[in-house]
Design a protein around this ligand. Structure first.
Ligand SMILES: Cc1cc2nc3c(=O)[nH]c(=O)nc-3n(C[C@H](O)[C@H](O)[C@H](O)COP(=O)(O)OP(=O)(O)OC[C@H]3O[C@@H](n4cnc5c(N)ncnc54)[C@H](O)[C@@H]3O)c2cc1C
Length: 402
């Protein structure tokens, strides 16, 4: 069994690495687990990156190298392993991470940044010819297609941007697009670049019905969605850019997932399991980009730090306290809470007990655990257990807690 880390980050893409910088700089003992041999995730497979603020032009791998170097500077520990399970020890504070190599690792908090993988359409021939002419990554494979003719499936930003990139290597790109002539799903800048590129042509209202070949791909059968007509298109390769699916298989049954398997998170990136946070493309969110993954990582790291602080303070000052404690669930923005505070302090002093305040405005974790619905709620704890409780009490009722 491992030592207990403050934070274990699962996944070394932009989200995980950004979380690493914030965790380690916040002096938390941080381990980052990455399944593949390189960190950087999807971004490290992105040929050109033009929209990360402050970095006017870079390659994805170059930017991710800098993210990693930043983590290393502050002392993030890296380990190559794939996470296969997540659970909690009794009480819920310590999380257990199971890995493919058979290790069990422990942490007070976990940040999941496992990202997403390219969607596989399941077209006839797709699986058979993967790495034999079917590719999901332009950066990885473009130079295998030098001066050859390729087909690109998809019409979103990734499909269009990667098509433009591929024209630096290939002879021609035919984009197979589901929509009517002139309609692409990519943003306007990307569209303009594609329409202006002589090497790119389009087959509209169509999808790929089959990928054909012998040892390697030599063509595709393209189906016109309006007429049903099937046309043979010769090509040497097929690049598939039709979206991604989140890497959350190992989380099923543990934390709440949204439609499509993405992790549900709140504004602090917290999942349905207290102390477990999500960051980046794996989350149910509006925009999946490097900059938003990095932002999520920062939020998750700071929220993880606060979570640990809050739980440790709670355990020390209430659960493990030798004497009774008076706990006030309150909020600094609630007038009744503010008015009650002097009386609470007086009662605590008169009875010789410690007053512990739980700010429900900052966090609902502990309040939720004791089903505190209204504030202020005041509870006398004895031997770590609630002994007597008053919901929204008046000052003159506080004595009755003893
Ligand atoms: C071709 C392409 C072009 C793109 N172009 C741009 C662009 O120009 N600008 C932009 O901002 N964004 C772009 N994006 C999107 C951007 O790359 C992603 O939004 C971003 O990389 C997401 O980062 P992430 O950390 O959430 O996830 P990922 O980058 O997917 O990283 C997740 C990491 O987790 C690891 N992992 C997964 N499961 C496990 C597990 N069980 N245990 C341990 N490790 C695990 C993976 O190996 C991976 O390294 C592009 C994406 C693609 C695919």
């Amino acid at each position: 069994m491992s030592e207990v880390y403050d934070v274990i980050i699962v996944g070394g893409g932009a989200g995980g690495l950004s979380a690493g910088v914030y965790c380690a700089r916040g002096k938390m003992k941080t381990l980052l687990l990455e399944a593949s041999s390189n960190t950087g995730g999807q971004c490290a497979k992105t040929s050109e990156l033009e929209n990360y603020p402050g970095i006017i032009e870079s390659t994805g791998p170059a930017l991710m190298d800098r993210f990693r170097a930043h983590c290393e500077k502050f002392g993030v520990e890296f380990k190559r392993d794939m996470v296969t399970g997540l659970s909690t020890e009794e009480g819920g504070f310590i999380k257990r991470i199971e890995t493919r190599s058979g290790e069990t690792l422990l942490a007070k908090s976990v940040i999941i940044g496992t990202g997403a993988n390219p969607r596989v359409l399941g077209i006839k021939g797709e699986k058979e010819f993967t790495a034999k002419g079917v590719s999901y990554c332009a950066t990885c494979d473009a130079d295998f297609y030098e001066d050859l003719d390729i087909v690109v499936v998809g019409s979103g930003n990734t499909a269009v941007e990667e098509s433009v990139f591929l024209t630096k290597f290939v002879n021609s790109v035919k984009m197979i697009v589901l929509h009517d002539e002139g309609v692409l799903d990519a943003d306007r800048t990307a569209q303009e670049q594609a329409f202006a590129n002589d090497k790119i042509s389009f087959i509209w209202n169509s999808c790929v019905d089959e990928i054909c070949g012998e040892e390697l791909v030599n063509g595709v059968k393209v189906k016109n969605l309006k007429t049903g007509e099937i046309t043979d298109v010769e090509c040497d390769g097929v690049f598939m850019f039709v979206g991604t699916v989140p890497n959350t298989g190992f989380l099923e049954g543990t934390i709440e997932l949204a439609k499509g398997g993405y992790i549900k998170v709140d504004e602090k990136q917290e999942t349905s399991m207290p102390g477990v946070f999500g960051a980046g493309d794996v989350c149910d969110k509006f925009l999946r980009q490097v900059v938003t993954a990095a932002g999520d990582g920062a939020v998750a790291a700071v929220a993880a730090e606060r979570y640990i602080q809050e739980e440790e303070h709670w355990a020390e000052s209430v659960l493990e306290a030798e004497n009774d404690t008076l706990v006030a669930f309150w909020s600094p923005v609630d007038q009744k809470s503010l008015e009650l505070m002097p009386s609470l302090e007086k009662v605590a002093a008169d009875k010789g007990v410690k007053l512990v305040t739980v700010d429900t405005y900052k966090s609902q974790n502990i309040a939720g655990r004791y089903e505190v619905k209204e504030i202020p709620t005041v509870v006398r704890f004895s031997n770590g257990e609630p002994a007597k409780r008053l919901d929204t009490p008046e000052a003159d009722q506080l004595e009755s807690l003893f």
